[in-house]
Design a binder for this molecule. Structure first.
Ligand code: G4P
Length: 522
């Protein structure tokens, strides 16, 4: 197969949800369909610990949340599918955002009983900013949940995205009979054994009107009425608007009982886009069909396997083809690197990869060469991809090593975790104290846990509470501008910034120094 053909078959997407909506369960079903795993429970078991290959999964186990994002690949229906998992918790939304930079579409899993929760709202804001197609899976239909029409209006009101139901529930919870598949013009039955084992019945089939259980409880009539209402008053199906992320196709189902998941996967693959052209630093774009290889690092994770103490840089290939052993140029430093220890991620294993093309994600064994946002290229291509955005941290802690004898591990740990993007690091001008900044509280807990478990460095953290971080241009800076209402610090690149006590302190500063521009991150 030619490279172009391979690229056009890639479908790379991220799966997002708030914790417990069923992201792990649905991922597992998708992997089962793709033959990437052979028995249910593999991914799940990993999450709950019995498969946990790294002790750093411990923290997930304890808290029941997913803090790591991993990559999984399988083939389905002639397509090569790459799923990128994202941390469900809003405290790790920066990590989610970076992952979203590496995909071409997002799938949002919603619990029908809970609807759109506050955390989904924050995560969604992040997805919307990225401007990619969003597909919604309304999960847990086998349980009594909210009215489907309410769920759709909540999507529109709370998240500000219009929706188009591809299918509609026929009953719910104990009364679930199936889904009315608007798109495929058929009914998909929840309990085919009640209908001679048939799973799908075309809408025009007479057996529907003769079916007792569909009509007995009024669920089918209700579904028909809802659909009619949506046909007249709802949004129209529009592929263009799906592609721009303005309209989300909505699917109903139940991941746990494997109902509606395959229909979702097949329809999703029909509409999910091929690899996109990636923007460069100077406003250009590189086509995925460009013949020279290039890619960017969107995630670094140390100590995925504590036995090996390794560090993996995750690269989204944005053009051309990767071949084992090829030489690339790291654009930030100009250094030439040979890519010889490269992995691909399967559900329950990492495998060496020989070749991969635009749209794929590969893991580079890293001895400290890479940083988040780095571009690597081969051949004549000489570009740098657009910087990966950083969020403005809102919470800050002063941090020191508990044991002065352990300073070396302390610095190593901090450096590595900062390069991974797990936390942001600053140093105060006056006292040279280390200050770490985070978007959410849990980042601190993960930091503390990992410092101890991976670097054997016990840290003491003193909360500074929430602050407003604003950067200033070094040429505008006068150290006397620092007052009791702010702390002057520098980020890890040496750029000066103020940590203001609150918004009044920030406004007061602006009034006093109107010529000094204050900048925030994303
Ligand atoms: P997450 O990755 O989004 O955090 O969610 P996960 O898949 O772990 O699912 C959270 C809980 O919801 C799990 O139950 C899971 O079995 C359940 N679940 C997922 N999909 C469905 C569904 O379609 N219907 C129903 N009824 N439940 C569903 P748990 O009790 O927390 O975990 P476990 O005891 O199954 O391990």
């Amino acid at each position: 197969m030619k490279i172009e053909e391979k690229v056009s078959k890639r479908r790379t997407f991220a799966i997002i949800s708030h914790p417990d909506a069923g992201k792990t369960t649905i991922t597992e079903q998708l992997l089962l369909f793709g033959g990437a795993i052979h028995k249910a429970g593999t991914v799940k078991a990993k999450k709950t610990g019995s498969f946990a290959k790294s002790d750093w999964m411990e923290i997930e186990k304890q808290r029941g949340i997913s803090v790591t994002s991993s990559v999984m690949q399988f083939d389905y229906d002639g397509k090569r599918v790459n799923i990128l998992d994202t941390p469900g918790h809003e405290d790790f939304s920066e990590d989610t955002y970076r992952t979203l930079m590496a995909v071409d579409a997002a799938v949002m899993v919603v619990d029908t009983a809970k609807g759109i929760e506050a955390q989904t709202k924050k995560l969604f804001k992040v997805v919307k900013q990225r401007g990619i197609p969003i597909f919604t899976f309304m999960n847990k239909l086998d349980r009594d949940g909210r009215e489907p029409l309410d769920l759709l209006s909540e999507l529109e009101e709370v998240l500000g995205i219009q929706s188009y139901p591809m299918n509609w529930p026929i009953g719910m919870g104990k009364g679930l009979e199936g889904i009315y598949d608007v798109y495929h013009k058929r009914v998909e039955l929840f309990r085919p054994e009640k209908y001679d084992g048939k799973r799908f019945i075309p809408l025009e089939d007479r057996s529907i009107s003769e079916s007792h259980s569909l009509y007995e409880n009024g669920v089918y009539t209700q579904a028909q009425e809802d659909i009619e209402l949506l046909t007249t008053a709802g949004n129209e199906f529009n592929e263009e608007r799906i592609r721009s992320g303005d309209l989300t196709p909505v699917f109903f189902g139940s991941a746990l009982t494997n109902f509606g998941v395959q229909t979702f996967l097949e329809t999703f693959l029909q509409f999910a886009p091929e690899p996109h052209a990636v923007k460069t630093e100077n406003g250009g774009k590189v086509s995925p069909y460009e013949s020279d290889f290039s890619g960017f690092v969107f995630k670094i994770q140390a100590n995925m396997n504590p036995q090996h103490r390794d560090r993996i840089a995750f690269v989204r290939i944005s053009s051309g083809m990767f071949e084992q052993g090829m030489e690339v140029k790291l654009q930030r430093t100009g250094k030439k690197l040979k890519l010889s220890n490269v992995t691909q991620f399967m559900a329950d294993a990492r495998e060496n990869v020989e070749t991969a093309v635009a749209g794929d994600i590969i893991g580079l064994y890293d001895t400290g060469n890479y940083q988040i946002g780095d571009t690597i290229t081969a051949g004549k291509l000489s570009i740098k991809y657009e910087k990966l955005p950083q969020f403005t941290p809102e919470l800050f802690m002063k941090v020191t090593a508990k044991n002065v004898m352990k300073q070396k591990s302390f610095y190593k740990g901090i450096q590595q975790l900062v390069q991974e993007g797990a936390i942001q690091l600053y140093q105060t001008y006056q006292t040279s104290d280390y200050v770490i900044g985070a978007v959410g509280q849990l980042q601190f807990e993960v930091f503390q846990y990992r410092m101890l478990n991976e670097y054997n460095a016990e840290v003491v953290m003193t909360s500074m509470g929430s602050k407003i971080a604003r950067w200033v241009d070094s040429k505008d800076l006068d150290e006397k501008m620092s007052s009791s209402r702010n702390i002057l610090a520098k980020d890890r690149f040496g750029n000066p910034m103020f940590l203001f006590e609150n918004k009044f302190a920030c406004e007061w500063f602006q009034n006093k120094y109107p010529d000094v521009g204050l900048k925030s991150l994303l």
